[in-house]
Design a protein around this ligand. Sequence first.
Ligand code: PYC
Length: 315
Amino acid sequence: MASRLSICVVDSHTGGEPTRVVLEGAPDLGSGPLSERRERLMTVHDAWRRAVACEPRASEVLVGALLVEPHEPGCDLGIIFFNNVGVLGMCGHGTLGVVETLRHLGRLQPGRLRIDTPVGVVEAELRVDGTAVVINVPSHRYRRQVPVQVPGLGLVHGDVAWGGNWFFLVEDHGLDLRPSNLRRLQEAACAIREALGPASITGEHGAEIDHIELTGPAANRANHGRNFVLCPGMEWDRSPCGTGTSAKLACLLDEGKLIEDQVWRQESLVGSVFTGWMSRVNGQVLPHIQGRAYITAEAILILDLEDPFAFGIPS
Ligand code: PYC
């Protein structure tokens, strides 16, 4: 029996947030809807997920992207996103990372791709300037200004919104969204996340809200807002978060603060920017997220089966 396994990957970052696209060495997840194959990844192949996304080969900040055959008719590929603690529904920065990876490998020319994900079909358009636009799943605000008492922070209010993942968007947190305040932001967002379950605040049908988005004014006057997004593994998104920006756009539209086709430039804590807008596609108003990813590495991950941490250090 082989004493080593190899996994071929390409790494990139989008606005500072890394994506690791797996090209070879993935487990066979079978066929069927991606939601079922995502379940199989979680239940049967979780050690493989940890090997790719956890220390010592990766870190809490990395999002993995497993390319699979699509299930939905008319799609060019399927993607299952995962991180240090589990799987994601959709990932905006990660989709931009996949597009750049395919372009880097010579597998993609400017034009459109239809992509199957566990939460629905999305599209991506690679532009000649190297940027790409993700046309995300339908996004909406489910509940408005839900109060929650948070230890160490007090009473805050949040919008519950779907952007391909569930978000709790809080504006009255009273904190400056700047890098020197990082520890406080992380503590506050973690405390909000932990307060939601006991307060029975969920997404639709009792879905767990696993992303917290603290919003506020932009630092750069060219932009419209800044965010700090806490991801499910309690790590923060260095990018403005594609699904988080989609959730924000849905709230702004619902609030009447944004109209169709109006541009919203969303800034992250590190100052990276996604340009977002809501536009009608086949009768549905969908979030459009434009950004750019850059390749950082091509690598072969080695899993030495004698290594006690071959399958990662669980987060
Ligand atoms: O860009 O949608 C996103 C995302 C989700 C988690 C990390 N990034």
